[in-house]
Design a protein around this ligand. Structure first.
Ligand SMILES: Cc1ncc(COP(=O)(O)O)c(C=O)c1O
Length: 462
């Protein structure tokens, strides 16, 4: 074994409890001091920190063998689970041929991936641009829309999410990420997702594009009216604006259809994909777009460009992912998604006082609790007592996001439902006041620690 390998990779998959604890503590110390101080500190004090040592199928494992069933998957990245053997094989083969590319020559993976992607998207979408992240895909899409239309105005949505760059944040409407980074990209404006009337007020002849997620996963997964997207498309056409659909999260099976837009029978001018396209192995994103968009950029080679976008490793992962999805997992995702919907219906009917409802489609769902505290406590207890990872949203904690991988068996969804029922049953034994006082004690500890001067904080490196 090379002496240059990372220390952690030179260790075994399974370690003694003592060694596992030592690595956990050392990792936590550095992350808290130098990388993600707030989050690492809060997780340590709340007792929710764990070491992501390795991933295997639907599980994340710590070095001492503790297993968590992953129902978040970095927002849908791990639809095929962790370390899918076919994707490992593809990426390993490509790594042996030279990982990335000079970009001076043709890259066969880019062509094969484009053919596969285009076979899954509407016929009107004929061109593909590759990026490395969802953010880059949306950035590229809005640049293309501006160049193609010669117009400036871009419309996003309140509570929407399209990425972390200044342009994508300008089109996103979640305060904890958006606040304080202004001035926002000139010409951007936000409206309420799902309201055609709101869009009608702002879309005009200056509008380059309307940028929409089919379902806002970061904001509760509410499913908009059947007619909404058709209305949006008609409005865009009337004013010569482009429709950009951000399917970074919803795309490639997550909502039970290959693309979520099929639920509304609408075709965008530009379609952004990412997350699961990586196969959980090498980041990649893509924008698939039509001829009208291409006309604007065709005389501008490298107008959108990146050192790493569409690299051979990522294309190998992407192609294998699409092959696996088409062979079996699109179908499985649809079936499992129906099962998850039925399970949530049962959960709601058994705990009508605690569960206000559920939202989303397919394997992209949110449980909505009647009290924000229930959501936060539910997600935490589900991890602590049932070893299941979900996510309560910081800005709307009554919504808990649950997105299991497509590789689940039916029994996993049944077991997930039973775990949810047990945790809600436990939670229902307490009044909100009791839960609040318990939760608040931990929260206060976090606040006291965070309020200390930086130099006095535990974990800060001298
Ligand atoms: C709908 C949507 N768009 C864009 C992004 C940004 O993707 P990335 O984190 O890969 O930049 C995300 C990420 O969660 C997303 O959910």
């Amino acid at each position: 074994m090379s002496k240059y390998l990372p220390t952690y990779l030179s260790k075994e998959d399974n370690l003694s409890a003592e060694e596992a604890q030592a690595i956990h503590d050392q990792t936590g110390r550095v992350l808290e001091a130098n990388v993600v101080p707030f989050l690492a500190k809060a997780q340590r004090i709340m007792g929710s920190a764990f070491l992501e040592w390795r991933g295997e199928g639907k599980y994340i494992l710590t070095p001492d063998g503790t297993k968590f069933f992953d129902c978040v998957g970095a927002g849908g990245v791990f639809g095929l689970g962790f370390a899918h053997p076919d994707i490992v094989e593809a990426v390993t083969l490509q790594a042996r041929r030279g990982g990335l590319a000079t970009r001076a020559g043709f890259i066969p993976g880019q062509a094969e991936l484009a053919e596969k992607l285009l076979s899954l998207t509407p016929k009107s979408l004929q061109y593909v641009y590759y990026g490395n992240s969802g953010t880059e895909a949306v950035e590229a899409a809005i640049k293309m829309a501006r160049v193609a239309t010669g117009k400036k105005k871009l419309i996003g949505t309140h509570l929407g999410y399209h990425g972390m760059s200044v342009a994508t944040i300008s089109l996103s409407g979640i305060g904890m990420w958006r606040d304080g980074i202004g001035p926002y990209l000139e010409g951007t404006q936000l409206v309420t997702h799902g309201s055609l009337a709101a869009l009608e007020e702002v879309v005009d002849s200056d509008t380059a594009a309307v940028v929409l997620e089919p379902i806002q996963w970061a904001s509760g997964c509410k499913v908009v009216d059947k007619d909404y997207f058709k209305g949006v498309k008609a409005l865009c056409e009337k004013h010569g604006a482009m429709l950009i659909l951000d399917e970074v999260q919803t795309g490639l099976g997550r909502t039970g259809k290959v693309f979520a837009m099929e639920h509304w029978d609408v075709e965008p001018d530009l379609l952004c994909v990412g997350k699961i396209l990586s196969g959980g192995m090498v980041p990649i994103s893509a924008v698939v777009y039509n001829q009208r968009v291409h006309k604007g950029e065709r005389m501008r080679p490298l107008f959108n460009n990146s050192s790493f976008g569409g690299n051979p490793l990522a294309c190998a992962a992407g192609i294998t992912t699409l092959n696996l999805l088409s062979d079996r997992y699109f179908q499985r995702a649809e079936k499992l998604g129906d099962l998850l919907g039925e399970s949530f219906e049962e959960i709601k009917s058994k705990f009508p006082e605690h569960v206000a409802g559920y939202h989303g489609l397919g394997l992209m769902r949110c449980l909505e609790f009647s009290n924000p505290l229930y959501g936060a406590v539910f997600a935490e207890w589900l991890r602590r007592d049932e070893s299941i990872i979900t996510a309560a949203m910081g800005h709307i904690p009554q919504f808990v996001r649950i997105s299991p991988p497509f590789i689940c068996e039916d029994e996993d969804i049944v077991a997930l439902k039973e775990s949810c029922l047990r945790v809600i049953g436990e939670l229902a034994k307490y009044t909100p006041q009791e839960l609040f006082s318990d939760f608040n004690k931990t929260l206060q500890k976090v606040q006291v620690e965070l309020a200390k001067p930086i130099e006095d904080q535990e974990g800060a490196l001298a």
